[in-house]
Design a protein around this ligand. Structure first.
Ligand SMILES: Nc1ncnc2c1ncn2[C@@H]1O[C@H](COP(=O)(O)OP(=O)(O)OP(=O)(O)O)[C@@H](O)[C@H]1O
Ligand SMILES: [Mg+2]
Length: 328
């Protein structure tokens, strides 16, 4: 079963540049979460802090009662084995075939026989639809294929925590839909705790149990999907609807004069180019034949306990989804 990842008061800077500060959130065990945020807000840096590749100045990342920020190197090495990570650039070895790339963690971290290593690697490549590309070099396949090869590699050690940095970037809409389904299916099969960074609004709306958003060097919000999908918070609403109208500008922040002018423009009925889908759309479910997601039941209890503290719209949406689940 997946493990909880509890982040408390985390701050990260490079030299004098603060990337984000005082970030606290808990990735509930076995649930799927998505982290959103405009480009450059430090999402990739956050993932790297979670696995201890970058060291935050303050705060803690607690897994299994151990703080990964302050623990010894040997403990960190052990904890890292819980993770499967898909880096934003795929991070494949350019001189190794796709198959060897996927075999790599197994050869490095296990004592499995060569035939067993290859069997597992081929199975994961099959899973991401790359069965035919195993002998190719990373430079010989498309960007989206490299991304999927990276995902296959992230999965070979049966991780309890899966971090995916923009798994959908460079994928066409059909592949993105398959990928969304794959993530939910993996969650049903492994009960792994999953954190996905994405700019894809459809993925954000349909895949995760929880959503979070980084903006202006802070975690603006983190919580159950019903809360963010019904939120009036301007940054969250703008991002989830992919609109120009709102506090996020081309270079991240807008001044108040620009925002006022844009509001006038929108009020006059001009189109904005956003998706403007509102409310809580149904969440993806595992492919028929797979076991149900254990996380759903645990999450229901967790969110019901939070219910009195939630905004009205979120509360109604939680109750509606509980109704639907119970009718099944
Ligand atoms: N190793 C590093 N040294 C110095 N600065 C860094 C380092 N890694 C990242 N940064 C800076 O941290 C900031 C956040 O980078 P990050 O890659 O986390 O953004 P992001 O939210 O993932 O953006 P995108 O959506 O474009 O991937 C950027 O300004 C970047 O230049
Ligand atoms: Mg990034």
């Amino acid at each position: 079963m997946g493990v909880e990842v509890a982040v408390h008061g985390l701050s990260k800077s490079f030299g004098r540049t603060s990337i984000w500060r005082d970030v606290s959130l808990t990735l509930p065990a076995g649930e799927v979460s998505v982290l959103l945020g405009p480009s450059g807000t430090g999402k990739s840096v956050f993932l790297k802090c979670l696995i201890g590749l970058l060291k935050p100045e303050r705060g803690s990342v607690v897994i299994d009662d151990t703080d990964l920020v302050s623990c010894r190197e040997s403990t960190l090495y052990r904890l890292r084995r819980l993770f499967g990570v898909l880096f934003q650039d795929g991070a494949l070895f350019g001189s190794m075939s796709v198959l060897d790339n996927v075999c790599f963690p197994l050869r490095e971290h296990t004592r499995k026989s060569e035939s067993e290593v290859r069997r597992i690697a081929r199975e994961k490549l099959e899973l991401v639809g790359l069965g035919g590309a195993e002998d190719k070099l990373p430079g010989e396949i498309s960007g989206g294929m490299r991304k999927r090869a990276g995902l296959a590699r992230a999965l070979v050690l049966e991780p309890e925590i899966i971090l995916c940095d923009e798994p959908d970037s460079g994928l066409d809409p059909v592949r993105t839909a398959y990928l969304s389904q794959l993530l939910i299916d993996l969650n049903a099969q492994l009960d792994a705790t999953i954190l996905i960074v994405t700019h894809n609004i459809t993925v954000a709306r349909t895949v995760p149990d929880n959503l979070g958003m980084l903006f202006r060097r802070e975690l603006v919000m983190f919580g159950p999907r019903e809360v963010l999908l019904t939120s009036d918070e301007p940054v969250v609403a703008q991002f989830l609807n992919g609109r120009r109208l709102g506090p996020i500008g081309m270079s991240e922040e807008k001044d108040t004069a620009t925002m006022a002018a844009e509001r006038e423009h929108a009020r006059a009925g001009h189109a904005d180019g956003g998706e403007d889908v509102r409310g809580v759309v149904p969440q993806l479910e595992p492919t028929p034949g797979l076991p149900p997601r254990d996380a759903v039941r645990r999450r229901r209890e967790r969110v019901m306990r939070m219910l009195p503290t939630l905004p009205e719209a979120a509360r109604r949406s939680v109750l509606a989804s509980v109704d639907t689940q119970e009718q099944r």
